[in-house]
Structure formats: structure tokens, C-alpha cells
Design a protein around this ligand. Sequence first.
Ligand code: F0G
Length: 455
Amino acid sequence: MSSPSTSTPGVRQADFRFRCIACGDLNQSASPDFRCLHCGDLLEITYPRWQPARPDAEELKSAWRERRLSQRAVDLSGVWRFRDLLPALDRDDQAVTLGEGNTPLYELPRCGRSTGVPRLLAKHQGMNPTASFKDTGMTVAATFARRAGFRWVACASTGNTSASMAAYAARGAMRGLVLVPEGKISWSKLSQAIDYGAVTCQLRTDFDGCLRLLQQLVLEAPVYQLNSINPFRLEGQKTLAFELLEQLDWREPDHIIVPGGNLGNSSAIGKALVEMRELGLISRLPRLSVVQAEGANALVRTLREAGGKRLVTVSAETRATAIRIGNPASWKKAVRVLEATGGACEQVSEIEIAQAKAEIGAEGIGCEPASAVTLAGLKKLLKQGFVKPEETVVLVLTGNVLKDPDFTIDFHRGDMFEPGTENAALSALRHPPIVLDATLDAVTRTLEQAEKSGS
Ligand code: F0G
């Protein structure tokens, strides 16, 4: 067997540019706040070299396949394995990696039956090293932070970014500064940031307030910003789509559905789909749809009330705290990918989120509440006829079930909603823990009752 070729380079620094998404200004470097020096809008990474010297689709696919046989850290990463389409490393051992990516694509047979979509799949990004999709972007952005010589990296977060950043900062021997809204993130996520050694500040504001402050801080102090405003993050998060299509043997699904918060992830996945079509890796664009919580529905309102032309901000409130965001930074990028792929944007209620989360749990998979908006949104998109039952649908599950145990326990104990507001379908999904005397009789009776009730 020939040894796998791992030498295919990524895109050298000279070969990529930062491009402003509004005025199109092209630059070889970016300012500390990753905003355009002319108009202040967000930047994206672009690869002008692909025009005259387009990478060959079949060669890419075979290089990526071969690297799966390699034991080198850079090949074991489900992000850097696709490095041909990422900003290049100077050396392969430069990557700050925890073996991220490589996440499973699960079938959801029960949810498939209940929604009437037999080809329903879940790409579970909660199976990453810090248990959320953030790791795929963080490995790239942390690598470039270290390469640029930064001692401090920082983020504002609803929890998952902070957990991920803290871990990658530690792996890259950098210090991490975390700004989170006090009382509004789950203990699991807060405990991760602390465990990985970040300086963790609980600010008396919401996520949007934390991000505003961070944007000021990076202009004052030598601190590298690791929020998804940083376009290196989105380059890493693109690899979800490469890996997904590889898992599907390069047969395009009809729909990909993602939760929307700050809107970096939808933007990244959409960018990857467009690039894959440009490079001939796929021939058809799946529709990428974004689902938000009703209480944090800035993108939904931006599209419905302003035709996607200006951002309608909201004062966000939802128990899906990961997406409790009212002023999403990447809204323009998200509008653009919805337009490019013909995707939809929907919102779902707190009850719909809780029900969908319990249904995904009942598949033996589980996810955090923010991820469950995808299944809840799918039900709406089916009703509207936007998704057809015979189509292939992929839900992107962004976080692990262990990220928010309070939500799960409150729901199953019946402590989440006012009495009388739950419907029968919701109540039937609840499996509260049962406190019993430690006797054989008590346990046997409980078993018999459970068998009778079918629960
Ligand atoms: N799902 C989970 C589990 C998240 O943590 C987030 C965002 C999203 C979905 C939304 O993704 O912001 O790219 O649209 N969490 C960020 C954080 C904001 O700080 O952890 P998005």
C-alpha cells in the first residue's frame, strides 16, 4: 500500500485575501477587530488563486480519503484533513488541534417516522472535543492567533465559544479571556472555560453587550479576537460541509437545517457549499435553512420586516441560551447564503424546542436545546411544503446533550412550563426520575406500571 500523501499544501498566505462583504475591498491583512478599514463591515477570506489554478475535484477527494489512513495529527483532525481549501500552515505541526471534526452522521428513524421524512439525518457536531461545533472553527483561528504571536485570545460567548476557546488557548499555550453574560449560560459551559484555565468574566449584561465590549477591547489591548467575526473561525467551520458531503459519498442532500444565533455557522456552511460547487465537488446546492427561537428571532424579522436589507435587532429571551442573541454580527453573510442556496428562515416556540429536544433524546442521541430548533423548524417547513417528505434532510446538531442538563431535568420533571400550557404530545415525552424506597417490590411495581403505560 502506498503511504498516504499528506504533502498537498493548503492555500498559502500569499494566495488568500480578506475581502469586505460590503464594499469588496481586498487586503492581505486584517485589522484587530476584523472589520473593513473603509466601511466597517465584516471580512471574509477569499481565494483568488482558484480562478486561474482551480484545484481538481477528484484529486481533492482522493487526497482527503488517503489522509484518513494517516496517523499524523494534522490528518487526524477532521478540519485540517481538508487543508487544501483552508488558509495554509507554514508547517503541519503548527496546527493547534484536539482532533476536532470527524463527527458522526446519524440516521433519525423515529423522528423520520413521526415527521414523515424517511431520509432524515443528523450531523452531530456535539461530538467534537469540547462537545460543540465551535471546535472546528477554533482550531483554525487559534492556530493563526499563535502564528501571529499573540499571548492573549478572547471571546464573548453564550457558553460554547468560551469552552472551546479556553481549550484551544490552553493547547496552544496562550492565555484565554472569556466574557459571558452573568446568569445566562449553562453551568456545564462555564465549568469548561474554568477547567481549561481561562480568565472567565461574568458580565452584568447580555451576549450582545459582551460582544460590544470585546470589540472595543481588541482595539485597545494586544488581544486576539476569537468570535465568529474572525473569518478564520468560519473557514474551519466550513469543513462540516466537506465532511458531510464525503459521508454522503458526494451525493448532495436536498436540505441542511442549522440553528441561528450570531449567524456565523450558517454563513460558514453556506460559504462551503458555494465553494464546493465552484470547485466541482458537488453539482447542486442543497438548500440551507436557518431556524431561530421565537424570542431571539432577529434574522426572521430582518427578512420579514426589512426584506433582508437592514438588521432588525431584538431583545433576546429564550431558554435555549446558546442562541439568546438579539444583534447577530453575521446577519449579512447569513442573508447572502440563504439567497444563494434558496434556503428558508423560520422561528420556533419554547414548547416546540423542548418537544424536539426530547424527540432527539429518544433516538439515543440527544443534543442541547439550541440544536433542537432544527427538528422543530423542519416540522414547520414540512407543513409549509418547503421541505417535501421524499427529500433528504440533514439537521446540524450543534451541541451535546450534556451541555445543558438543567434544561433536560426541568423539562422532564415538568418544571419548565406553566401547568396547562403543555400539550399531550409534550407530556407523553416526559420521563422524570422516580424516587423510591430501596425495595424489590417498589422497583418491580414501577417496572410493571412503565410496561403498562408504554413509557
Ligand atoms: N447552537 C449552539 C449550541 C451554539 O452554541 C450556538 C452559538 C449556535 C447554535 C448558533 O450558532 O452563533 O454561529 O449562529 N453559540 C455562540 C457561543 C454564540 O458563544 O457559544 P451561530
